[in-house]
Design a protein around this ligand. Structure first.
Ligand SMILES: [Zn+2]
Length: 420
């Protein structure tokens, strides 16, 4: 990820209760100062802060100040509640403007960085970098590599393509190498592969196996040969999860079938897990889903909760991701409360959405915590998320969002005027 975006600004946040994302205890009455390059110069107790130097001042009024959050699994190119196969019917202008609106809603929810895992053209990433639109900093996989008839094959049985350009179908080791080169040509920051079938796909089951170990190894090798790109594996059933881990993927997406053996292997390989619990807690809707999709979700929701609770208990690196589009956009931080529901501490969930996520995206040197030398991506929230993590899930409580020192959202009360 090119972490630097178009604009930056000098900023000073005062009267903050600072949760810096490192796991350290909160600091009451803290100050955060960023220079005009948007880089944090100081984040700590007010007593040790440098004197004001004409920066824009935000009075947090004792509210909690956190690092800007990451959502490591979104589909910003897709509307919630609409089958991916319908996208091909949409007017391309309306489709693009809808994506622009979802970028805004995601940023307003406190997500200052996001990783799109299928369906988002690379131009949106560049548009955010250049300041043409406001949204989270982006990494995008652009398209999803999978087998014929597999999870990413959004086609009718007669072969008619409804994917709107999201599918990259490949069925042999040579074809997956070629597919990897095509998505890199399209501007992909990372590669997304299907190791298993899925919920929303009509022709397979979550336990079905998809790319073989040799094919996933070939994709990882092409990623390595092109600047060391990460490989994210859609992996739901246990057998496909094991295949993806043996091949050496960077992250297991969903991980619903993570049994003890899978946790052992993930512990050995160092793979991240992105559990996308929002799809289970908020993404099940009988009215809008095809029946096959609804039935699969019902069958898998209990399995998912049992296994992801195990992943959390085992202390594997968990990064926050929602699969937004399957569930609603713009309420990404509800995922924090689902992680807590399955056993994480509120502080642990905050770290999953900040520091650990920045490690998964390879940007932990610049983002993910509020420390001197990092970029000032900041969220200010009403309420105490360490007592009640659900406060962050309501975008109305996310009263201020900052990227690289630039205020993108500000619902804070106007500063009291001093009588002349
Ligand atoms: Zn997804």
């Amino acid at each position: 990820m090119n972490t630097t975006i178009h604009a930056s600004s000098a900023l000073r946040i005062e009267r903050a209760r600072l949760i810096d994302g490192t796991g350290a205890a909160p600091i009451d009455d803290a100050v955060l100062v960023a220079g005009d390059d948007g880089v944090i110069g100081y984040a700590g107790p007010a007593a040790g802060a440098p004197a004001p130097a004409g920066e824009r001042v935000i009075d947090a009024g004792g509210r909690t100040v956190l690092p800007g959050f990451f959502d490591c699994h979104v589909h910003l190119g897709f509307q919630h509640g609409r089958s991916p196969g319908r996208r091909a019917e949409e007017d391309p202008v309306l489709q693009m403007l809808g994506t622009v609106r979802r970028l805004r809603e995601t940023l307003d929810a406190g997500i200052t960085s996001a990783r799109d895992l299928g369906g988002l053209p690379a131009g949106f990433r560049t548009a955010v970098e250049q300041g043409l639109v406001e949204g989270p900093r982006l990494q995008t996989a652009v398209r999803i590599i999978g087998h014929t008839g597999g999870h990413s094959d959004v086609r009718l049985p007669d072969g008619h393509d409804l994917s709107g350009g999201m599918s990259e179908i490949a069925d042999t080791e040579d074809e997956v190498r070629l597919a990897t080169r095509r998505v890199i040509r399209a501007g992909a920051d990372l590669i997304k592969v299907c190791a298993t079938g899925g919920m929303g796909s009509p022709y397979d089951q979550p336990d079905d196996e998809e790319l073989t170990e040799a094919e996933i190894r070939a994709v990882i090798d092409e990623g390595r040969r092109h600047g060391g790109r990460a490989v994210a594996a859609h992996a739901q059933g246990t057998a496909g999860i094991m295949t993806a881990l043996r091949a050496g993927v960077t992250s297991i997406e969903h991980g619903y079938g993570m049994d003890d053996a899978a946790c052992d292997l993930a512990g050995e390989t160092g793979a991240f897990v992105v559990p996308t619990l929002s799809t289970v807690y908020a993404g099940i809707n009988k009215e809008t889903m095809p029946d096959y999709h609804y039935q699969k979700k019902i069958r898998w929701s209990g399995i998912t909760k049992t296994n992801i609770a195990r992943v959390i208990e085992r202390g594997l690196p968990v990064a926050l991701g929602t699969d937004a589009a399957v569930g609603p956009h713009g309420v990404n931080l509800m995922e924090l409360s689902y992680l807590v529901d399955l056993g994480m501490t509120p502080m642990g969930a905050i770290i999953a959405g900040t520091r650990t996520a920045s490690e998964l995206l390879g940007v932990s040197g610049r983002l993910g915590t509020l420390e001197a030398g990092k970029l000032a991506d900041v969220v200010v929230c009403d309420g105490d998320p360490l007592r009640d993590i659900t406060v962050l899930g309501d975008p109305g409580n996310v009263v201020c969002v900052v990227q690289q020192g630039v205020v993108r959202k500000d619902l804070l009360p106007a500063p009291a005027r001093t009588a002349a």
